[in-house]
Design a protein around this ligand. Structure first.
Ligand SMILES: NC(=O)c1ccc[n+]([C@@H]2O[C@H](COP(=O)([O-])OP(=O)(O)OC[C@H]3O[C@@H](n4cnc5c(N)ncnc54)[C@H](OP(=O)(O)O)[C@@H]3O)[C@@H](O)[C@H]2O)c1
Length: 255
């Protein structure tokens, strides 16, 4: 029996990186998964891989900035698998970086629209479904240490959007705890994904980021997936409202 046997899970940002690894792990642990992102081809490949391994997966491509997409992902979970128990709102972007005095209004707004508003719209419809089912469920957001325990120059929109998710986590956890809906944020350190490599595209930059971590390495996406599995599962039955650092010690390291 898998740790998510009989559960239905929705994962955004599943076309790559942390979301993809988490969708694979959730399915291997017995969950029926609905996977979302904009790139349909990558989602189809992932779903085929999950089915080949004996799991069940449904695909719905779209953009998390759209409330219609948030609604449709939940509808897909219900139509295909009958319910929704777990939602991992993980889609995200670094957005427009660089000196904050030069960040455009569009760049700022778009970063917030994807990282913060998109996650809120997702949770809005996911929690509504959980309540229709009689309550219970686990909602997880992907935040980051950036803007919470550590600041990098030139990442204002990213930091603000991601620390906004921590406030959102607390607000929703307080609002829906009585109905058994748990809401948590996972805060990764650096994880070796396309996003990490696009932001750290030289050996020097990768070495700099690596040495900031107490463990003197960055994470593999599968390591994050394990922590998200914990928050999704009944092992975390009394865990809600947390900002859960999975950061290789980047937050406590000064040397
Ligand atoms: N890697 C790190 O070091 C690190 C550290 C802390 C936190 N995080 C967070 O972890 C999450 C996953 O990132 P990752 O590192 O796995 O990077 P990634 O490999 O670049 O994955 C990002 C995912 O988000 C999706 N996405 C982006 N914009 C979207 C939009 N508008 N609508 C729908 N989906 C969208 C992408 O899919 P499409 O392009 O197909 O839409 C992709 O699946 C992000 O929220 C990121 O901020 C990453």
């Amino acid at each position: 029996m898998g740790r998510l046997s009989g559960k239905v899970a929705l994962i955004t940002g599943a076309s790559a990186g942390i979301g993809r690894a988490t969708a694979r792990l959730f399915a291997a642990e017995g969950a029926h998964v609905v996977v979302g992102a904009r790139r349909r081809g990558e989602l189809d490949d992932l779903a085929a891989e999950i089915r080949a391994a004996g799991g069940q997966a449904a695909v719905l491509a779209g953009d998390v900035r759209s409330e219609d997409y948030a609604r449709a992902l939940v509808a897909q979970a219900v139509e295909r698998f009958g319910r929704l128990d777990i939602a991992f709102n993980n889609a995200g972007t670094l957005g427009e970086g660089g000196p904050s005095t030069a960040v455009s209004e569009t760049g700022w707004s778009d970063t917030l629209a994807i990282n913060l508003t998109g996650a809120f719209l997702g949770a809005k419809h996911q929690i509504a479904q959980m309540l229709r089912q009689g309550g219970g469920g686990s909602v997880i957001f992907t935040s980051t240490f950036v803007g919470h325990t550590f600041a990098f120059p030139g990442m204002a929109a990213y930091a603000a959007s991601k620390s906004g998710l921590i406030g959102l986590t607390q607000a929703l956890a307080a609002e829906f705890g009585a109905q058994g809906v748990r809401v948590n944020a996972v805060l990764p350190g650096a994880v070796d994904t396309d996003m990490y490599r696009s932001n750290n595209n030289t050996p020097e930059s990768q070495a700099f980021v690596t040495q900031l971590h107490a463990l003197k390495r960055v994470a593999r996406p599968e390591e994050l997936a394990r922590s998200v599995l914990y928050l999704a599962s009944d092992d975390a039955a009394f865990v809600t409202g947390t900002a859960s650092l999975v950061d290789g010690g980047v937050s406590i390291t000064r040397t």
